[in-house]
Design a binder for this molecule. Structure first.
Ligand SMILES: *[C@@H]1O[C@H](CO)[C@@H](O)[C@H](O)[C@H]1NC(C)=O
Ligand SMILES: *[C@@H]1O[C@H](CO)[C@@H](O)[C@H](O)[C@H]1NC(C)=O
Length: 425
């Protein structure tokens, strides 16, 4: 029996190698497409070792190994020998990335499910032909220099799960709706030059939406995807109120909200701070035109970052935000004394940052000589305390150099305030 199987071995081997060659040899269509893609891109020369050059393994000579097994960044389907994943660039932090343009020939890779380009200086348009690639689930072309509009066809790719075109020079407007993107979970278009208004309808299953650092204007849409966990439109030109915005109020899963550096106005709604079913990580509303008071009712934003600084908030501090880990209320028009619970929270190490500088606050109930934890950053400068209990050591440079606000600006607040009993006056 042993002899028999020995005799069969060569046959088995030749069958195996035949199998490997036919199955693993890349489809001629994809081979030609990869050659065109290669011809329009190049490694940015780098002083570091040749190993950092992405294209060093891309050898198109007919006697070279099959691209499916030998080209960096190319993954093929074992059954069809078509390219399914194309990852361009090494992604190594010391590699400068690729330059050139992305060839429209990428659209010949019709079984492509993932197209990823690592950071570099690839420029020119995003090929509109990408819209032919109906199997695409991931498009990530972040941190390059693509220009022009986002091709409209991308917004009709039915299987798209992740679209990340952030950190490019893309301009133009977004479509009013994206009804075909039933599977889209992640949409990141931050750091571009997009203008116009936000779509009125985003895909229903979106979890992560980042449109920050563009030139977008207008109001938030009245309906937002209900499962949204991350929403940033920071650093745009958006305006309008958010208190009667059913869109935001219905987002019970929202853990991260960044509306900072826009011109949103009106009151800051309580519901933002009351989402007990999730753990809120950040509520960033700084540098807007919000008015009214700080939240009144106890907040579920425990252990989070809450930044309401640089607005037009008035009234006195409530205890609603004592559980927050980093609280920024500086540069508002807050008055009255700070509730003792804040000092206790800082002393207990729960609250690590408390910025109250540049308000009209009349008292911070810390006993003279008591010491806050080393890790705490508490700044109360430029307020209306007759004897500020803390110096400027923990204040940011932007707080300026004056420990107290000029008395003339404070008289109105001192006279009107009834809650100074716990403080210094
Ligand atoms: C490409 O592969 C062929 C065949 O293996 C080899 O002779 C040639 O040197 C390779 N070219 C480069 C640039 O590595
Ligand atoms: C926001 O406030 C700034 C400064 O007071 C003002 O110039 C601007 O018009 C306000 N924008 C809106 C939309 O209210």
């Amino acid at each position: 029996m042993a002899k028999m199987s020995f005799l069969y071995l060569p046959l088995v081997f030749s069958f195996l190698s035949l199998f490997i060659i036919t199955v693993n040899s890349i489809s001629p269509i994809d081979f030609a497409a990869l050659r065109q893609i290669r011809n329009s891109l190049t490694d940015i020369p780098s002083s570091s070792s040749a190993a950092a050059r992405f294209f060093s393994s891309w050898n198109f000579s007919s006697s070279a190994a099959d691209p499916c097994s030998s080209f960096a960044g190319v993954t093929c389907s074992p059954t069809t020998s078509r390219v399914t994943i194309l990852t361009l660039g090494t992604g190594l932090s010391d590699a400068p990335g690729l330059a050139g343009t992305l060839s429209p020939a990428v659209s010949h890779l019709t079984e492509l499910t993932q197209l990823i380009l690592f950071a570099g200086i690839v420029t020119g348009p995003i090929p509109p032909q990408l819209s032919y690639l109906h199997n695409l689930r991931v498009i990530s072309l972040t941190n390059n220099r693509f220009t022009g509009d986002i091709p409209a066809g991308i917004f009709s790719l039915p299987n798209l799960h992740t679209l990340d075109l952030s950190r490019n020079h893309l301009s133009g407007e977004l479509p009013p709706a994206m009804p075909a993107l039933n599977n889209l979970k992640v949409l990141v278009l931050a750091n571009n030059k997009l203008s116009g208004e936000l779509p009125r309808l985003f895909p229903d299953h979106l979890l992560h939406l980042d449109l920050s650092r563009n030139f977008l204007s207008g109001t938030l849409p009245p309906h937002m995807p209900p499962a949204l966990r991350y929403l940033s439109v920071a650093n745009n030109r958006m305006w309008g109120g958010i208190d009667n915005n059913g869109g935001l109020e219905s987002l019970s899963e929202l853990a991260y909200l960044d509306l900072s550096a826009n011109q949103f106005s009106g009151p800051i709604p309580e519901y933002l701070f009351r989402r007990p079913s999730i753990s809120i990580t950040s509520i960033l509303l700084q540098r807007n035109n919000f008015t009214g008071g700080v939240p009144q009712s106890p907040s579920s934003a425990v252990g989070s970052t809450v930044d309401l600084s640089h607005n037009f908030l008035t009234g006195e501090l409530t205890t609603a935000l004592v559980g927050v880990e980093a609280l920024f209320l500086n540069n508002n028009h807050l008055s009255g004394g700070v509730p003792e619970e804040y000092v206790e929270s800082v002393e207990a190490g729960t609250m690590k940052t408390l910025y109250l500088q540049h308000n009209y606050i009349t008292g911070f109930p810390m006993e003279v000589g008591s010491v806050l934890p080393d890790t705490a950053a508490v700044c109360v400068s430029y307020n209306c305390m007759s004897a500020p209990p803390l110096g400027m050591a923990a204040c940011p440079a932007s707080a300026g150099v004056q420990l107290s606000r000029p008395a003339a600006q404070c008289s109105a607040f001192r006279n009107n305030s009834s809650s100074i009993s716990t403080s210094w006056d």
